[in-house]
Design a protein around this ligand. Sequence first.
Ligand code: SAM
Length: 327
Amino acid sequence: MCTPGKRVCRKAPGVRIPAHPPLNIVKVFFEHMSDFWRLVFGLAGKAGGNKTWSCEINSFQDYETGYHKLAGLLGYCEKTGSAGEIDLIRALLERRRFFAGSLSLADSLFLAAFVSILKPERILEIGTGAGFSSALMAAIMSPKSGRGAGVCVDTIDAHDRYFGDQELAIGCEIPYLIPDLSKTVRVHPSRESNFVRSLAKNNELNMVFIDANHQHPCPLLDVLQVAPCVRPGGWILLHDILLGTLGEEARNNGAETQFGHPFGAEWLFNSWRCKKIGGGNIGAIQLPKNKKAIVSVAKELMRLPFEVAWQSDRRLRREIRECFALP
Ligand SMILES: C[S@@+](CC[C@H](N)C(=O)[O-])C[C@H]1O[C@@H](n2cnc3c(N)ncnc32)[C@H](O)[C@@H]1O
């Protein structure tokens, strides 16, 4: 989800556009450009120009079948979930107290199955929030599934307060959800994705989860920042890959969307040229063998109108370009 109050969506009610005539002309131009590109990128995703595998797991009953399909897509056909995995996911979902910006049932099942199949040594997450997804991933990777009690999830958040309740710290839900395992999650408040390079070596990671600022081009910047640390063929999971479309549908049906409906994660997922798996509003993109191939996707995405406040435009363009020198 996007961060409240930071800005938003061009078309969302209450949008703050500077009262500056030349900028308003530019804004109108980009609004129409945005619709054009939205159509092109939407069609590209649907037309299968970039092959998207689909594996939605919408209920507990579907978990085993979905798990099996996902395992096949990831190249681990023989893999089965560990005993009690469904009960563990169910217990965490029932125990969760803070819902703002967090995962749905289908997102949670997809994420849990992905972690269980891939069994990475360590996962890096961008966007902690109250900490539900961190706790879920740590629980699935827990010592009961054959691991030591070392840190297995590093989670980064740009803020130190949970946006759903400013009284609470980032990651506040983790000790409550997984009291015995909370030390396996390391929370890094007030950091952004460029901090990843202090946490992991080049090509070290097999899996990263990105669920931070969804306004274009922030998810792209996050992917570029973490890419050096992800090994070729490794996976990056993106949350809210349908947020833009769902928000727009809601708006067309007369519903107010509180934080806008950014398309950043959706455009990124749709334009990805390497293997990708959609699980509904969550998806996974695989890093190519030659990571430099990401640069051409990034350049294409940079042509889309940015959804962040105009003041951040220049800085983000510079930061993205700096990432092009991928190792
Ligand atoms: C949707 S919440 C994360 C929810 C969490 N993954 C879960 O499932 O419970 C998004 C978080 O990203 C953080 N965030 C926003 N922009 C960010 C950025 N540029 N870098 C890192 N975190 C960011 C926000 O402070 C917020 O806590």
